[in-house]
Design a protein around this ligand. Sequence first.
Ligand SMILES: Cc1cc2nc3c(=O)[nH]c(=O)nc-3n(C[C@H](O)[C@H](O)[C@H](O)COP(=O)(O)O)c2cc1C
Length: 170
Amino acid sequence: MVDHIADGVKKYAEWSSPVKNDKFTAAVFYSSAYGYTKALANAMKDGVEEVGGVCELFDAAENDMEEMAEKFTAADAVFVGSPTLNRNAVKPIWELLAHIDAVENNKKPVAVFGSYGWSGEACEQLSSHMKLMKMAVYEKPYKCIFKPSAEQLEEAKQYAAEFVKSVMGE
Ligand SMILES: Cc1cc2nc3c(=O)[nH]c(=O)nc-3n(C[C@H](O)[C@H](O)[C@H](O)COP(=O)(O)O)c2cc1C
């Protein structure tokens, strides 16, 4: 009986410890109605690669939820991007988060980003939600109003690089 409890505690500790891949692996999940959050997602990927990480990109509206949840769990760091529509983050991103196991993603380093038009609630909503899931949400989300300029895309790339370096402990 005591052994079962000890085994259970050990397994829980394993499941709730952050992942460490041999090569630093990030995954970017986004949804985008008009392509602006998608442009930021590509810049985030470039930022990860700039500091030597590997990065996969997933449009949450076009990929299988279970498959994305596995990629989310297996990544050393994750990016989550959504525009603000109707004062909310968009459904494919909420749906993805509903597929994520909170225990397996305990302390998962996550950065949030998105394009918005005026009120821009999505990033803060997603950040709060993932903090409640006990993930390690990066200080500030990266947000831009409507279409990101070339300078903003470069800024987004540097934001991603800084985030990854902070996770790598550099
Ligand atoms: C139907 C609709 C509702 C929107 N609602 C909001 C809103 O509540 N707050 C806001 O900041 N922007 C709002 N926007 C603006 C979008 O966030 C903005 O167009 C953004 O750049 C879209 O990013 P995307 O290209 O990644 O889809 C709305 C846009 C549309 C078309």
